[in-house]
Ligand binder design. Structure first.
Ligand code: SF4
Length: 436
């Protein structure tokens, strides 16, 4: 048991990492450990890491450097978890000899056991598990009580040439549909209104017991009383089928919002990235989505400066940006990731060119977002209130289309679905006042 011990858990990276941290916190709470509000007060400092971009690894390395002092002051034990642990284990041991434990992406269930043994010796735990391992999440470990992440699969078989995920997370593993449904029903019973189904490639989900796919899973979840909004990510354009698009309109509980990573608008670059679709395939899917859900909001990921990317290739990405008009774009400069196929190609686009392209892309996208958000002015929309906003005396929430909405109210607002009249907007959020 870890009775009486305190832990501080910091998370870098995507929603999958946030959900993994909720699992880990649950395990620690079940052992009797308690969360500390700051690093200085903790017996265990755990950092859940992301290796998808070079920048996130650098950020983590610099954070690790800063933790040395806090660790030594109290004699805390420092633990690195997640994708960086899986990929950079030797480098971590060399550069940060004061790290006490390194735990890869497939070893989370044994974390309490590892912590109990920590004082005996340093350990690296980065082996692979076979099949799906159930790790329940305690209610108090959840980031929100009305919106929850539910992991449905992990890993990826796609091997996009730039991506480290198949090496960090391993091949695809699917969670049984019965266990997903059980978790969703329990969440609904506790007042959760929104579930976000997570996986690196959710479109390839297959129930290991019945073979049912994402379409069937969505239909089952839509039947769960109490659940009002359902989202899923990340989708891959290659596997995003017309049947799945049609399934999205089969229930109004499935939000008209989708993250569909494009990565590049150039067919030549898409091929080098091993993405398995062309710009035409991508646009055809967008057309079908919009014909069935005219109000759908679409977000995407774009990498600029992939090896050999020319101005013409980049212009094709910019052209697609204008054509699709995404409500949000996560854009990055290419950086070679260890073990990937692209890391063996010469990284020949100069840094300054990558920076220039990123600035141009982000400026255009900012204008598009502002224009799109203006369409909501003076409309009253449904918002899932997530609590007080960090800004002033406001409340914060999300719309069905996944915009951040900050709104005022003369009285306190409980967590849950409310109506908000939109009175202002910027490129990144909507503002309004509680209506009715
Ligand atoms: S689909 Fe490609 S980008 Fe996405 S996780 Fe798999 S390998 Fe990475």
């Amino acid at each position: 048991m870890l009775e009486g011990k305190t832990y501080y858990l910091r998370t870098f990276g995507c929603q999958m990492n946030v959900n993994d941290s909720e699992h880990i916190a649950s395990l620690l709470l079940a052992e009797g450990a308690r969360p500390a509000s700051q690093v200085e007060d903790s017996d265990f400092i755990l950092v859940n890491t992301c290796a998808v971009r070079e920048k996130s690894v650098e950020k983590f390395f610099s954070y690790l450097g800063r933790l040395k002092e806090s660790k030594e002051k109290r004699g805390s034990l420092l633990v690195c978890l997640g994708c960086v642990a899986q990929i950079y284990r030797e480098e971590l041991l060399r550069k940060f000899p004061y790290l006490d434990l390194i735990v890869g992406t497939n070893q989370y269930s044994a974390i309490p056991f590892f912590l109990r043994n920590l004082l005996e010796e340093k350990r690296v735990q980065t082996g692979r598990k076979k099949g799906w391992l159930e790790l329940p999440i305690a209610r108090e470990a959840r980031e929100s009580q009305v919106s929850a992440y539910v992991t449905i699969m992990e890993g990826c078989n796609n091997f996009c040439s730039f991506c480290v995920v198949p090496f960090a997370r391993g091949r695809e593993k699917y969670r049984p549909l019965s266990s997903i449904l059980k978790e969703v029903k329990e969440l609904a019973d506790c007042g959760c209104l929104e579930v976000q189904l997570l996986g690196q490639n959710v479109n390839s989900y297959r129930d290991p017991e019945s073979g049912a796919g994402l379409k069937e899973l969505l239909a089952e979840i839509a039947e769960v009383p109490g659940i009002e909004w359902i989202r899923f990510l990340t989708s891959h354009p290659k596997n995003f089928s017309p049947e799945l698009i049609r399934a999205m309109v089969s229930s109004r509980k499935i939000c008209h919002q989708l993250h569909l990573p494009l990565q590049s608008g150039s067919n030549r670059i898409l091929k080098k990235m091993n993405r398995g679709y062309s710009r035409e395939d991508y646009l055809n899917k967008i057309d079908l989505l919009r014909s069935l859900m005219p109000d759908i909001s679409l977000s995407t990921d774009i990498i600029v400066g992939f090896p050999t990317e020319t101005e013409e290739d980049f212009a094709m990405t910019m052209e697609l940006l204008e054509k699709v008009r995404f409500s949000n774009v996560f854009s990055f400069r290419y950086s070679p990731r260890p073990l990937t196929a692209a890391s063996k190609i010469k990284d020949d686009v100069p840094d300054q060119t990558k920076i220039d392209r990123l600035i141009r892309l982000q400026a255009k996208q900012k204008d598009i977002q502002l224009e799109l958000n203006r369409n909501y002015l003076m409309k009253t929309i449904k918002v899932l209130c997530l609590g007080p906003s960090k800004k002033g005396n406001l409340f914060a929430g999300r719309s069905e289309w996944f915009q951040v909405v900050n709104f005022s109210s003369p009285n306190n607002v409980s967590l849950g679905l409310v109506q908000v009249k939109i009175t202002g907007c910027g490129p990144y959020s909507l503002h309004g006042e509680l209506s009715g």
